[in-house]
Design a protein around this ligand. Structure first.
Ligand SMILES: Cc1cc2nc3c(=O)[nH]c(=O)nc-3n(C[C@H](O)[C@H](O)[C@H](O)COP(=O)(O)OP(=O)(O)OC[C@H]3O[C@@H](n4cnc5c(N)ncnc54)[C@H](O)[C@@H]3O)c2cc1C
Length: 408
């Protein structure tokens, strides 16, 4: 049987591509190497805890997510619009005064930048919201750090708040990501909320897959070659298709289609701990503004969505940028000792559950442009976040746009 389209990869890009193709009446088959859909958006259930494979959030303002996801059915749970910043030996409140007016006084008093810095956050945010979203990708490009410095932020504001906050988003605390990505992220935060589904991040790809015709997705189907009107699976099976979309991660895509450039990656390590009680007591992100230590950010997942932990326990997620030396248990011990400095001795009673070292977390994108989906070879397209803004929005949008190109 020859299918209209075979999509290789059932991450957000591949699933959105398949949804769009089916919405336009095309038969398609999604082949994925994994044992579930989602790619980098997966959730493991461990002893009643929901562990996302790396801390990540959905920004509700993502336009492609709004087009394709049913937010109500996902039971989205929101983070509050602020953060806690650990610096000078204490935890400080830094919140968006418009959305969290009760935090205004504490935010102004925090030793995290000056009053002028706090006003500059508002002016940078307005700049990010100006014009059409696409316009951001046509603006002059510098590094995020250069853009923040050019906007006049003080060194203290950058080191204590902006570097750990944005570093946690870009998975790069050198802030060498594109200023266009900075503006895109600021705009998404300004126009919506950071949220996650009550059942864990994997509920997002599962919802996309549930909207496909039965039998569309084939799991444990690793593709080793693409071309000549067919894809070849590791088992040797050939699956014929008029058109093929390669929607794997960038490294695999370049292996299957050597015309594509190689992808380099940002790394992150995410550690999970079970705690008898939440050290934060609120759905906020805690940032390391001290400039020392391994930890970049901490969130108590069960403060945001209670189903992340069994009743009576809290799930603490800790992100460490890069790949810390030492085995997982030893890194967990160091992280726990560090956080005992933030939250006190109860941290010693936390139980380390699991660590995820994710070497291929986010592709490095420079320059950051909104690409035109073009065929890599006649009848063969590529989709994936390695071609666009590395994000849920980028992956879904490129999947949608490649489907349109295939249909055209
Ligand atoms: C730790 C972490 C934190 C993140 N934080 C955020 C965040 O907070 N907000 C945000 O918007 N984005 C975040 N992201 C980015 C976001 O998750 C990705 O941009 C997006 O999921 C990429 O989707 P994709 O479909 O392009 O690729 P992938 O998710 O990599 O999907 C590719 C698929 O291809 C399959 N595949 C690979 N090789 C083969 C093969 N040979 N044959 C068949 N199938 C194959 C894989 O199994 C996978 O399912 C984060 C990512 C990570 C890892």
């Amino acid at each position: 049987m020859i299918r209209d389209v075979v999509v290789v990869g059932g991450g957000l890009a591949g699933l959105t591509c398949a949804r769009q193709l089916q919405a336009r009446g095309r038969a398609c088959l999604v082949l994925d190497a994994g044992d579930a859909v989602g790619g980098r958006v997966r959730t493991d259930c461990v002893e009643g805890f929901q562990l996302d494979r790396g801390f990540q959030v959905l920004l509700t303002a993502y336009p492609a997510a709004q087009r394709w996801l049913d937010y109500d059915a996902l039971l989205l749970r929101k983070f509050s619009a602020g953060a806690r910043v650990w610096c000078e030996g204490a935890m400080h409140v830094v919140s968006d005064p418009i959305r969290e007016p009760s935090d205004l006084l504490a935010t102004l008093k925090a030793p995290v930048g000056t009053l002028a810095d706090k006003i500059k956050i508002a002016t940078l945010r307005s700049a990010a919201r100006r014009g059409a979203l696409d316009g951001i990708f046509a603006r002059p490009e510098a590094t995020a750090l250069e853009a923040l410095q050019a906007h006049g932020f003080s060194a203290a504001m950058i080191e204590r708040f902006l570097r750990p906050w944005l570093g946690g988003i870009f998975l790069d605390d050198s802030l060498s990501a594109s200023s266009r990505m900075l503006m895109f992220v600021l705009r998404m935060f300004a126009e919506g909320h950071a949220a996650m589904p009550a059942a864990g991040m994997q509920a997002i790809p599962e919802q996309l897959a549930a909207g496909l015709a039965g039998g569309t997705v084939r799991l444990n189907a690793s593709v080793v070659a693409v071309g000549d009107g067919a894809v070849t699976l590791q088992s040797g099976e050939r699956v014929a298709a008029d058109r093929i979309v390669v929607a794997t991660d960038g490294t695999t895509a370049a292996r299957l289609l050597p015309e594509l450039p190689p992808t380099s990656w940002r790394h992150v390590t995410c550690l999970y701990f079970a705690a008898p009680a939440s050290p934060l007591g609120a759905p906020v992100l805690a940032l390391n503004g001290s400039g020392a230590g391994l930890v970049n950010n901490v969130a108590v997942m069960s403060d945001v969505a209670s189903r992340y932990a069994p009743q009576g326990q809290a799930l603490v997620s800790v992100s460490v940028l890069k790949d810390p030396p030492g085995d997982d248990a030893c890194v967990a011990e160091r992280v726990q000792a560090e956080l005992a400095g933030w939250f006190g001795t109860p941290v010693r009673g936390w139980r380390w559950l699991r660590s995820y070292r994710i070497a291929q977390a986010l592709p490095v994108r420079w320059p950051l442009e909104r690409p035109a989906p073009v065929a890599v070879r006649p009848g063969i397209w590529a989709a994936g976040d390695f071609l666009t803004t590395p994000s849920i929005q980028g992956a879904m949008e490129i999947g949608e746009r490649v489907a349109d190109a295939v249909l055209a």
